[in-house]
Design a protein around this ligand. Structure first.
Ligand code: 8YV
Length: 320
């Protein structure tokens, strides 16, 4: 039997690469860097399937240039904003993602971002490392406590719900805004807000867990940031496109916001140098799902989707 040809665009965990090599005729990107559009097109033209990360962009132009040979894009990510799903549907390319398996890891990073921002984690770490820590006082490096505060979630999908559990563990009251209200067994006492504005008004900590659709671009901007309570904390582990970074920088610089904890940026890799200059930010390089356990599970889930597709079944995580 002819084995399907599979392009894996980035370095994956050994067990995942091992299983892929067992079942597919695998083409690897030995340099483990983002492929340019031209490289992606050329590499995809030579295969039946591709297993990419969120770093490879499948625009309508790229899909068009790849042509009819490519049958499936089995993403190694829950987010699919890097793929033009409409164009994929038109080209007859199946698209899958990896939901569920990264919810815990991402919720953990949201807690790290929240606590790092609230308790001034980056400042404290930098001070001790620099060797310049030569003073202590009860008034020194005082942050904000999160226990007893209100935790606002935008997007109460799988990651949002697991993050809500973690926030409850810190003694926070959960509020959320979502396209639809959840049934009470999923809501678990969280307070539903039918508008973003209403949620913002009560969020001492605001955490974003919605997809980066065109409608959500710049969801946090000068107008909406101004609706948060004084000295609120913003957490983003979803996508950089959800925040107008210029407006966030103004709100952080003026002290209107207490701090922000961010794992994602408008420009990646790299981030935003103007954000990095601020003391009241806790910044991570898009590592929300970067645990050994989760990366194994994501890789296996993407391979499960490929196996189903090439076995003539409907992949469980088909999004287009
Ligand atoms: C990954 C992500 O960083 O799942 C997503 O949408 O952003 C992340 O989990 C990534 O795509 C890993 O391949």
């Amino acid at each position: 039997m002819v084995r399907p040809k599979l392009l894996i665009t980035r370095k994956l965990r050994p067990a995942v690469e091992g299983r892929a090599a067992r079942d597919y005729d695998v083409v690897l990107n030995p340099e483990d860097r983002v492929l340019s559009d031209a490289e992606l097109i050329a590499a995809c033209r030579a295969v039946d399937a591709v297993l990419p990360c969120h770093s490879e962009r499948f625009t309508a132009e790229v899909l068009d240039a790849i042509g009819p040979g490519l049958r499936i894009i089995a993403n190694h990510s829950v987010g699919t904003d890097h793929v033009d799903l409409e164009a994929a549907r038109k080209s007859g390319v199946v698209v899958t993602n990896t939901p569920d398996v990264l919810s815990e890891a991402t919720a953990e990073i949201a807690m790290l971002c929240m606590l790092g921002a609230a308790r001034r984690g980056a400042e404290g770490d930098a001070l001790v490392r620099s060797g310049a820590w030569n003073f202590w006082s009860p008034a020194f490096m005082v942050g904000r406590q999160v226990s007893g505060k209100r935790f606002g979630i935008v997007g109460m999908g799988r990651v949002g719900q697991v993050t809500a559990e973690r926030a409850r563990g810190f003694g926070m009251q959960v509020h959320y805004h979502n396209r639809r209200r959840l049934p009470s067994h999923q809501e678990k006492g969280a307070v539903f807000h039918d508008s973003l504005e209403s949620l913002l008004a009560v969020s001492d900590v605001l955490s974003l867990h919605c997809p980066a659709t065109p409608e959500n671009a710049g969801l946090l901007n000068a107008r909406t940031l101004a609706l948060l309570p004084e000295r609120a904390i913003v957490v983003n582990t979803a996508r950089g496109a959800l925040i107008d970074e210029g407006a966030l920088i103004s709100a952080l610089s003026s002290g209107r916001l207490f701090a922000a904890g961010l794992d994602v940026f408008q420009t990646e890799p790299g981030g935003n140098p103007d954000l990095s200059r601020l003391p009241n930010v806790f910044l991570l390089p898009h590592i929300g799902s970067a645990t050994e356990e989760t990366r194994d599970a994501m890789g296996f889930r993407a391979l499960d989707n490929l196996d189903a597709f090439f076995g003539g079944q409907e992949p469980q995580d088909r999004v287009a």
